[in-house]
Ligand binder design. Structure first.
Ligand SMILES: NC(=O)c1ccc[n+]([C@@H]2O[C@H](COP(=O)([O-])OP(=O)(O)OC[C@H]3O[C@@H](n4cnc5c(N)ncnc54)[C@H](OP(=O)(O)O)[C@@H]3O)[C@@H](O)[C@H]2O)c1
Length: 271
């Protein structure tokens, strides 16, 4: 597909991790960009990185908290009168710990950013995409979407929503020129584990982190091919296949084991 200067790409959570890389790659493809995040200074750094890699790139930044109605409105106002070809719904964060011990406001904020903002942005941009007969939406889910996740109960549920929502939208839009893709990364070296606000470095799942570049490239290849779901990495794909065939009780116990930290004696905490 040829890209014109009016084919905007919007990347949420562009101030860090996957989002900053998506911004770089999409600028290299010739898209003018709208980048958004809460942290103005980190967003400026991301914009300068894009411009350093792609001199002449058009980059607008929008400081907005997507957990809030006001933040969503600020971003959507900036997108008015722009032909958005690519929406990367990437902003998000996780929580970690026993559900009852994580502050309720953090879980609510997680749902607002990881779920509600994804729905609201897709809903706002789809009508214009349909009118133009083209558009691409990439929603960042996670491998955690494939099974319930004890100690990340709300995050796992949120990403399961994103996966299910994306697959449903992909089917609704089939043949319309619009594609919807769920990118499901495994644990990856970004700002994500810091944002969990808990030390997860001893858990089997977060002990080893992948590099973000190949994840973003896999997401963009899937976007180009209009694939509804992509799980980057052989090991991650194997886990999702296991998720489909293993008895659910066993799978949840195994996931709990992999997400819980070993106690001081070196045994995995069984809770
Ligand atoms: N890294 C992993 O292991 C992993 C695995 C699977 C899925 N994911 C998903 O990948 C996506 C990107 O995360 P990442 O790994 O790149 O982590 P990251 O480096 O922490 O980036 C998260 C981004 O989300 C933005 N964000 C968080 N809360 C926000 C809010 N209230 N309003 C607006 N923006 C907000 C952050 O920007 P500000 O701080 O500037 O607001 C930041 O740019 C997330 O959806 C995450 O769930 C990550």
């Amino acid at each position: 597909m040829s890209i014109t200067s009016t084919d905007w790409a919007v990347v949420t959570g562009a101030s860090s991790g996957f989002g900053a890389l998506f911004a770089r790659r999409l600028a290299e493809r010739g898209h003018p960009l709208v980048l958004t995040g809460r942290d103005a200074a980190r967003l400026d750094v991301a914009r300068e990185e894009v411009k350093r890699h792609t001199p002449g790139a058009v980059v607008e930044t929008v400081v907005a908290d997507l957990a809030t109605e006001n933040g969503l409105e600020v971003l959507l106002t900036q997108l008015k009168n722009k032909d958005v070809d690519v929406l990367v719904n990437n902003a998000g964060f996780g929580t970690y710990g026993r559900f009852a011990e994580v502050p309720a406001w953090r879980e609510s904020t997680l749902i607002a950013v990881d779920v509600t903002a994804v729905v609201r942005l897709a809903h706002a941009l789809l009508p214009a995409m349909r009118a133009r007969g083209r558009g691409r939406i990439l929603n960042v889910a996670s491998t955690i979407a494939f099974q319930p996740a004890p100690y990340q109960a709300v995050y796992g549920g949120a990403k399961a929503f994103v996966l299910s929502f994306s697959q449903a939208l992909a089917e609704e839009t089939r043949g319309s020129g619009i594609t919807v893709t769920a990118l499901c990364p495994g644990p990856t070296r970004t700002g994500f584990t810091d944002a969990l606000k808990a030390d997860v470095s001893e858990t089997a799942i977060y002990r080893k982190l992948a590099e973000p570049g190949p994840v973003v490239d896999a997401g963009l290849r899937a976007l180009d091919r209009g694939r509804p779901v992509v799980v980057p990495g052989l090991g991650n794909r194997a886990m999702t296949i296991l998720g489909r065939i293993a008895p659910s009780g066993l799978l949840i116990r195994l996931t709990a084991r992999m997400l819980s930290a070993p106690d001081k004696a070196g045994h995995t905490a069984s809770r």
